[in-house]
Design a protein around this ligand. Structure first.
Ligand SMILES: [Zn+2]
Length: 507
């Protein structure tokens, strides 16, 4: 059994977004109230409140407030699940002796996801291209899945029964249509609805038989440099053109974002100079600009600019995410064994932040590195590789990267002087290679060594041809237009990669 999630872009009406905001506000209040209840019970009575206990109490809230009562109950248990998860993680951290970090109250920007802990057959209708989700208390949503969502299949020889009114005996709906049912593991169990800026996403989680991809006989080691995105042991890497384009897009994004931020700063500056604005404390050590009156650059234009900036950030984040999905999907399709270096990302972040009393050394320099999009994405890259590999039945492993960049992959000679920037020149055997590719090969060998039957070679990795047939059909996958289009001669038929929708790491 494997668990996996499919995430899709969704749409609702203009009013629908307002309804969603209202639902988010109500559920957020439930979250914060439930958190307060747990905190209070602990502080005053040293008693911990269980999820079951809070779930039991839901009925009072539902009876008292029709806004809650009129909402699907599973939306509310979803909130309690989420709080419980936060608590479990907290207890785990306490147990391991880490810095605990008590679950916190959620402010509006930190509560953008609605969790539906159970999706019933009545709430979801799926056809070949779209799905429709109707949940009490939420607006109807249209989900564009473009053929990537499993469909219920006709049950052989079974037809639907007519629907009859019990009292009058009248037939409400004729029967006799072919009956459909979900194949094992293809019915979504839970859903998450997220508003990111002005964009709506719905993700469904499934639990089904583990899917395995046909073996390709190839293994790969991946070296993830900080300034280069990655290098693979066989020299196949992110096509340079794509990287360049992505870098250009990054630049453009940074420029546009900066422009808006400057605009906002100028508005604040001017308002302050004219005595129309001041900083007010909105929390311990937190300040927000407070506008005394609207004026020419008043809140409306200021808010507009902030909305533009926010939208830019969301769009950028989404396109980054998609890029990583494309990459990780391709790697998992291409290789049976995938080795990456273990990175202590968490520790790095912590040491940079330091503590209030004792700020970390070199804080500013390290913060620049940690906060860069790349750094954040390396973690995401690993996460995606790990779960997609698991999902596809591939071997994924993280190895200790110590000295992999200064050890010769050919003769094993280790010397920090072996590496000169981008070039690796072995001081012992004289081998010259790309420094990152050399490191990637070392990483691969470190993983292969731990596998049974390792004979010291990259036997799994013959010189990899660049074009690989990665076409693949899942038992429940409907053929779609993208697949047909992308199977042109010389192109790698990977339906998902062609899709312009949201993430969809479909294997
Ligand atoms: Zn050597």
């Amino acid at each position: 059994m494997a668990e996996y999630t499919l995430k899709f872009r969704a749409y609702t009406s203009r009013e629908g977004y307002g309804v969603l905001e209202e639902a988010l506000a109500l559920l957020r209040r439930l979250y914060n109230d439930s958190l307060a209840e747990r905190k209070l019970a602990w502080e005053e009575e040293s008693r911990s409140v269980s999820k079951a206990e809070q779930s039991e109490k839901l009925k009072y809230r539902r009876a008292d407030d029709p806004r809650y009562g009129g909402m699907d109950r599973y939306l509310q248990t979803g909130v309690l699940d989420r709080l419980d998860k936060a608590y479990q993680a907290f207890f785990g951290r306490v147990k391991r002796g880490e810095k605990p970090g008590h679950p916190r109250y959620k402010a509006q920007p930190r509560f953008r996801t609605i969790e539906l802990s159970t999706v019933t057959a009545y709430q979801l209708r799926v056809d070949g291209q779209k799905a429709y989700l109707a949940v009490k208390g939420l607006p109807p949503m249209e989900i564009r899945h473009k053929g990537r969502m499993p469909l219920p299949v006709p049950v052989e020889g079974a037809v639907t029964a007519p629907k009859v009114d019990k009292k009058t005996g009248e037939t409400i709906r004729e029967g006799g249509k072919p009956k459909k049912a979900w194949a094992e593991g293809t019915r979504p169990r839970a859903a998450k609805i997220t508003l990111r800026g002005r964009r709506l996403f719905v993700s469904f989680s499934y639990r089904g038989p583990k899917l395995t991809l046909p073996p390709t006989g190839r293994a790969v080691g991946i070296d993830m440099g900080v300034n280069k995105r990655f290098a693979t042991s066989d020299g196949f890497a992110s096509p340079e053109k794509e990287t360049r384009r992505s870098a250009e897009k990054d630049k453009e994004y940074q420029a546009r974002l900066k422009k808006e931020q400057r605009r906002q700063a100028a508005m604040r500056e001017r308002a302050r100079a004219e005595g129309r604005a001041e900083w007010r404390e909105v929390g311990p050590g937190k300040f927000r600009h407070y506008w005394l009156n609207a004026g020419p650059d008043g809140p409306r234009r200021y808010r507009e600019s902030r909305a533009i900036a926010q939208n830019l950030m969301h769009r950028h984040a989404i396109s980054k995410e998609q890029e990583i999905h494309r990459l990780t999907t391709e790697i998992v399709r291409r290789y049976d064994v995938i080795a990456v270096e273990k990175l202590k990302l968490k520790n790095m972040t912590r040491s940079a932040a330091g503590t209030a009393e004792e700020p970390g050394t070199g804080v500013s320099a390290k913060r620049g590195l940690n906060r860069s999009i790349l750094e954040k994405n390396l973690g995401e890259f690993r996460r995606q590789l790990a779960y997609k590999a698991e999902w596809a039945g591939r071997q994924y492993g993280e190895v200790n990267p110590a000295f992999t960049s200064q050890t010769c992959n050919e003769c094993g000679y280790q010397d920090s002087r072996n590496r000169r920037g981008e070039v690796f020149r072995c001081l012992s055997c004289g081998r010259v290679a790309d420094a990152d590719v050399n490191a990637a090969r070392n990483i691969l060998h470190r993983l292969l060594e731990t596998l049974p039957g390792y004979d010291g070679s990259e036997s799994l990795s013959p010189a990899a041809p660049r074009q690989v047939d990665m076409g693949l059909a899942l038992p429940w996958q409907t053929p779609n237009a993208h697949a047909a289009k992308s199977s042109r001669a010389g192109r790698v038929p990977v339906p998902v990669l062609k899709n312009r929708g949201h993430t969809l790491p479909l294997l």
